[in-house]
Design a protein around this ligand. Structure first.
Ligand code: BTN
Length: 343
């Protein structure tokens, strides 16, 4: 961060300026009724302008009620994301390692955002979280449905001295970081489907998207993107083509603090990526196998141009999937393939 000559300089703490929409939500976050008149007075805008902002919030995926004579309220109170609260949930070594953390109201995609900021001089280790994504990205070109407050949408930029070819293991380590964070918050029962789907009772609870760039001999930079379904209205998930679940269901209706979850995930992620950078995947393999949901099971592996069936045989020391297909042990690198449990 010190020598960004000729490039944009970044402060350690950045909160984007608040829009009227954001200010409105700060007031509505308590879940109580607020009249259009009172909201307009607080924000210094007309009642018609308030109505317009309410419409924008609905378009971002928030459930808002408006009742004649009482005003507007959120269907549920909402804990908004805040840099201080996220950092408070982190250990001080991890928080110090995180040079910069940004909280946004809406981004197209936290991964794309960090990548773009990197081209303007943003350095590792930097993170960002957002309340909603308008173009959230999943693996294999899928859309990651990202309604406002309905999920955790988080990315971290990390530079490795190694080349992209050695990043297969990062995928696996990120899944473990999420599971470790869950365990420390008392959330149990989740497991991993290679390379990094986070599943709970067969439904997808979260996913990881890695954007890797760099010279083949290294160094390389990785944007680690994590999406966790927190509390999502089923009608917003109609386009999702696989079984899914949210944390609200997993915890049987107990709300987990979003700031705390973001902080603990960042904390575990930073700790594990540091260890991976120095020692590779080897120290994590035993733990990964304990959480692996598919080894020994009949699976279908979808490649870009074909599908292979066989029995999953775990992963190798680079994080590649091993699969017994017709008596031949095959190896598949991470990032290019998807795995589906056979019917
Ligand atoms: C998957 O398909 O399983 C990966 C989903 C990754 C979604 C997260 S949400 C935060 C980050 N920003 C994105 O656009 N995608 C990732």
């Amino acid at each position: 961060m010190g020598n960004l000559q000729g490039k944009r300089r970044f402060s350690l703490c950045y909160t984007p300026p608040m829009t009227a929409c954001h200010q409105l939500l700060e007031i509505l976050a308590d879940g109580r009724f607020h009249s259009g008149q009172a909201l307009g007075d607080d924000l210094g805008i007309s009642r018609a302008a308030i109505w317009k902002q309410v419409r924008s919030l609905k378009e971002m995926g928030l459930e808002l009620h408006s009742v004649q004579g009482r005003g507007y309220r959120l269907a549920e109170p909402l804990e908004l994301l805040r840099v201080e609260d996220i950092r408070r949930a982190m250990s001080s070594p991890a928080s110090q390692r995180l040079a910069r953390l940004e909280v946004h109201f809406q981004l197209e995609s936290t991964n794309s955002y960090l990548r773009e900021q990197e081209s303007h001089g943003l350095d590792s280790v930097c993170g960002c979280v957002t309340e909603s994504q308008s173009a959230g990205r999943g693996r294999r070109g899928r859309v990651w449905v990202s309604p406002f407050g309905g999920g955790l949408y988080l990315s971290l930029l990390w530079r490795f001295p190694q080349g992209p070819g050695e990043m297969g293991g990062v995928s696996l380590v990120v899944g473990l970081a999420v599971l470790r964070a869950f365990h420390s918050l008392g959330i149990s029962g989740a497991g991993l489907k290679w390379p990094n789907d986070i599943l709970w009772e067969g439904g997808k609870l979260g996913g990881v998207l890695l954007d890797v760039s760099g010279e083949s001999s290294g160094p390389c930079s990785v944007v680690v993107g994590i999406g966790i379904n927190l509390r999502v209205r089923p009608e917003l998930m109609q386009s999702v083509d696989q079984p899914w679940v949210d944390l609200y269901t997993v915890t049987r209706g107990e709300m987990v603090s979003r700031n705390c979850l973001a902080g603990v995930i960042l904390d575990r992620l930073i700790t594990l990526l540091q260890e991976f950078q120095h020692h590779g995947l080897e120290p994590f393999l035993e733990e990964w196998h304990r959480h692996d949901l598919v080894t020994g099971r009949q699976v279908q592996l979808r490649l870009a141009d074909r599908t292979i069936t066989g029995t999953a045989q775990g992963v190798d020391s680079n994080g590649a999937l091993l699969m017994d297909s017709g008596g031949v042990l095959c190896r598949f690198a991470s990032g290019e393939v998807s795995l589906r449990v056979a019917q």
